[in-house]
Design a protein around this ligand. Structure first.
Ligand SMILES: Cc1cc2nc3c(=O)[nH]c(=O)nc-3n(C[C@H](O)[C@H](O)[C@H](O)COP(=O)(O)O)c2cc1C
Ligand code: SF4
Ligand code: SF4
Length: 385
């Protein structure tokens, strides 16, 4: 037990990831595949993942009937008569596995989701499947149909939140007219996680979502290598998920490379500098606003004045090892670049502060978190609905 405790602390220090009050060992996630991804599938891969979304599971009479008709047409589906018993058995099988568990669910009404959460409890994440395109499901108003009916989707999120559980929403990019607005609505409705299938939109769409809300983001679609995972991490992803390529070999390779990166750099999902296409977290690396560069238009786009930007950063580093920085351009490491951009002046101040390279980046990670908290202070107002 003591060992498990210690290693979980180490995992937390390395990646800084908590979901549903549990440490996520690694930002590698298994995404659901109906009829395939269940507890046994996850257990066989548990050494290389931090979280998994099993399912999709149909959770009421209407959606279970849809599953049966889809199965009759040859599609793989999970079939059972009692969804509560089935889900309880799946959850029990994964208890103590060290994997943060999510249930990918299709229900025909918000009440169906709430009823399942009431039965299963708060030890798992509830993922609303707003992704499924099967006509038998969309005809019931679930799956991707939820993306075309924002009100119903938000009602579903609110119904789950009223049960006191952690909520993820699995969405497909490009279905609603505006994924930024979708992200803000989900945030406002109380969702905790957006699990986004980026389709062909790639990291540019992910960055837009990152800049629109503070929710935990899981990037999905065609992640097959460490490089494709890093592309997502550098543009706003907290985690990456894999469905078709969730074989043990691929997961193990990506996990090992991320762990190395986290150990060596101190921040596995550090953003690019803002002027190189980074997201809102890049403000942690930005200079003082003294020249014409992408910082000023970016601050304007998020509605932050120069003065507030300076104040937020100064207050966030107050009393921390990156407050000082006599040898640096702006007299504080708060305004210094990423450790991957070589700079002698910064190195001198980093050393003087008693920090190693990875420690400097972990301080920047903390700073980025504080900036996000301050920028996204309070949920969006009614007028943004
Ligand atoms: C056979 C199969 C079944 C799937 N079933 C579900 C599902 O039930 N719920 C869901 O949200 N996504 C489902 N997906 C979508 C995947 O989770 C994922 O978003 C998609 O395959 C793209 O990611 P990938 O490139 O890693 O496979 C399914 C995908 C496949 C290939
Ligand atoms: S402030 Fe510095 S790091 Fe930020 S965009 Fe401008 S030049 Fe790039
Ligand atoms: S001291 Fe170096 S790292 Fe810091 S702002 Fe100046 S150029 Fe960037």
């Amino acid at each position: 037990m003591a060992n498990i405790g210690r290693s979980m602390i180490e995992y937390y220090e390395r990646c800084g990831l908590i979901v549903n009050d549990q440490v996520v060992k690694t930002p590698v996630v298994i995404a659901s595949m109906a009829g395939v991804t269940d507890a046994a599938y996850v257990l066989a891969r548990k050494e290389h993942i931090g979280a998994a979304f099993i399912g999709g599971y149909s959770i009421d009479e209407e959606t279970m009937a849809a599953s049966r008709s889809m199965a009759a047409e040859g599609r793989a589906e999970f079939l059972y008569d009692d969804p509560v018993a089935e889900l309880k058995a799946q959850v029990a099988a994964l208890q103590g596995s060290g994997v943060v568990l999510g249930l990918n669910l299709r229900g025909s009404s918000p009440a169906s989701y709430a009823a399942i959460a009431g039965e299963i409890g708060d030890s798992v994440v509830y993922e609303v499947d707003a992704h499924c395109r099967q006509p038998a499901m969309t005809a019931l108003g679930c799956g991707e149909a939820l993306l075309r009916d924002a009100h119903r989707l938000m009602e579903t999120v609110r119904a789950l939140k009223a049960e006191g559980v952690t909520v993820s929403v699995k969405v497909r990019a490009g279905v609603t007219g505006d994924d930024r607005r979708l992200a803000r609505l989900l945030w406002k409705a109380g969702a905790d996680i957006i699990h986004v299938d980026l389709m062909d939109f790639g990291y540019a769409r992910l960055r837009q979502i990152r800049n629109a809300c503070p929710l935990t983001l899981i990037a999905n679609n065609s992640i097959t290598s460490f490089d494709s995972a890093m592309e997502m991490f550098a543009h706003g992803a907290d985690m990456v998920s894999m469905a078709r390529r969730s074989d043990e070999r691929t997961l193990a390779g990506i996990d090992a490379a991320i762990q190395r990166k986290a150990e060596e750099s101190g921040w596995y999902n550090a953003p690019k500098q803002l002027c190189r296409g980074g997201d809102i977290r890049s403000l942690a690396f930005c200079c003082m606003p003294v020249k014409h560069c992408p910082l000023l238009p970016f601050l304007e786009s998020i509605g932050l004045s120069r003065e507030d930007y300076m104040r937020i950063k100064r207050e966030a580093v107050d009393g921390t090892p990156i407050e000082g920085g006599k040898t640096t351009c702006f007299g504080s490491l708060a305004f210094c670049c990423k450790s991957s951009s070589p700079c002698m002046l910064r190195e001198i101040s980093v050393k003087a502060a008693g920090l190693s390279g990875p420690e400097y980046m972990r301080e920047k990670r903390r700073l980025a978190g504080e900036i996000m908290e301050r920028v996204f202070d309070g949920v969006p107002g009614e007028d943004e609905n």
